[in-house]
Design a protein around this ligand. Structure first.
Ligand SMILES: [Zn+2]
Length: 153
């Protein structure tokens, strides 16, 4: 059996696309953009608060209808530090490493919300660390309106 040649194909194409974020996603991103507020939704039966909001409670299977403000501060439930360089699908360029990636429980929420966490020698990332979002100057109604979370304790 002969050795296969490895083919490398390069291209540079923009592939813009849009998708609907739904009623609950719309509420989340509108509140974020217009008021810099983090919104979750509360289950009417068990009281669990989901962030981002979702239509149905995973535990009770009942419809969530009550939007509630949470945070904006929260606590790191778990995290990782990414050290492996890769091509960022958002930019098409190599993502600078290392960077922190946290699972954050906003104050008043029961679920973990994933986002970037700033790495700082003075305030190291850790489970239980208190964090606050750092917002973009120009809010566009996307998840990138939160640039990253900063450890504050
Ligand atoms: Zn429930």
């Amino acid at each position: 059996m002969g050795r296969a040649d490895h083919l490398i194909i390069s291209s540079d194409q923009a592939q813009p696309f849009n998708y609907a974020v739904g009623l609950h996603g719309s509420k989340f991103f509108q509140e974020l953009k217009e008021n810099r507020r983090i919104v979750g939704i509360k289950c009417p039966k068990c009281g669990k608060v989901y962030v981002p909001p979702r239509k149905v409670c995973g535990g009770c299977f009942c419809e969530n209808t009550e939007f509630v403000e949470v945070g904006p501060q929260g606590t790191i439930g778990t995290y990782t530090i990414v050290r492996y360089a890769f091509i960022d699908p958002e930019t098409g360029k190599q993502k600078p490493v290392p960077y922190g990636y946290g699972f954050i429980r906003f104050d008043g929420a029961d679920t973990l919300f994933q986002h970037f966490v700033e790495l700082s020698d003075a305030r190291p990332i850790r489970i239980g660390a208190r964090v606050a979002p750092v917002f973009a100057e120009e809010m566009k109604g996307t998840i990138r309106d939160i640039l990253y979370f900063r450890v504050i304790d």
